[in-house]
Design a protein around this ligand. Structure first.
Ligand code: ZN
Length: 216
């Protein structure tokens, strides 16, 4: 099984990808990670990518395609792939098709973790942690038992991540939409897009993804 996993930052994509890896022995193919690994390992594609990046240029689709091809060639035919952060453009979607086809694979489905933007803003901007022990809290969903005192260590100092603010969340959502806009219609036309509610409880999201994958 080969799938594309889509979702904006904060939708829990990382957690769900990790669970697919654990439950189904799939491999997560994140282009950023693959690129770093190839550069580090000094593979022919990695050396090419390194030269391009050192020249301050963007890594071409050709290099990314070669990276994915190398990765798939190193995987057993029975191992499924989870594409993460790729493809992002129509030409990339077309090359992915070719890469898979030439290896006797096909794309089974595109799973999008949908979010409600306002709820996501509330979820992200409300979170904070104890400055002393790191325990996580939330303004709405998980307050300390005694206000202003950490349940775990009794500290009165808390901190928030600077990028957990509304503007950042909305900007990331807009970026996400702009990135998926060119590719979603391609897969929708083929009827292989499944939307899962990414705002649900993590275990429920996992169950919904399992249900999507089951009949295939
Ligand atoms: Zn604490």
């Amino acid at each position: 099984m080969n799938i594309i996993l889509l979702g904006p930052p904060g939708a829990g994509k990382g957690t769900q990808a990790q669970r697919l890896v654990e439950r189904h022995g799939m491999k997560q193919l994140s282009t950023g990670d693959m690129l770093r690994a190839a550069v580090k390992a000094g593979t022919p594609v990695g050396l090419k990518a390194k030269a391009v990046m050192e020249a301050g240029e963007l890594v071409s689709d050709e290099i990314v395609s070669a990276l994915i091809g190398d990765e798939l060639d190193a995987m057993p035919a029975s191992q499924g792939a989870i594409f993460d952060g790729y493809p992002r453009t129509a030409p990339q979607a077309a090359s992915l098709e070719q890469i898979l086809e030439s290896r006797g694979r096909k794309l089974d489905c595109v799973i999008e973790l949908g979010v409600d933007e306002d709820a996501l803003v509330e979820r992200i901007t409300g979170r904070y942690t104890c400055a002393s022990c790191g325990k996580g809290y939330h303004d709405t969903f998980e307050k300390p038992v005694v206000e202003g005192t950490c349940d775990k260590c009794g500290s009165h100092e808390f901190k928030r991540r600077p990028d957990d603010n509304e503007q950042t969340v909305r900007t990331r959502m807009a970026e996400y939409r702009a990135k998926t806009a060119p590719i979603l219609p391609i897969y929708e036309e083929r009827g292989i897009v499944a939307r899962v509610d990414g705002m649900a409880d993590m275990d429920n999201v996992t169950a919904a993804i399992e249900a999507v994958l089951k009949p295939r």
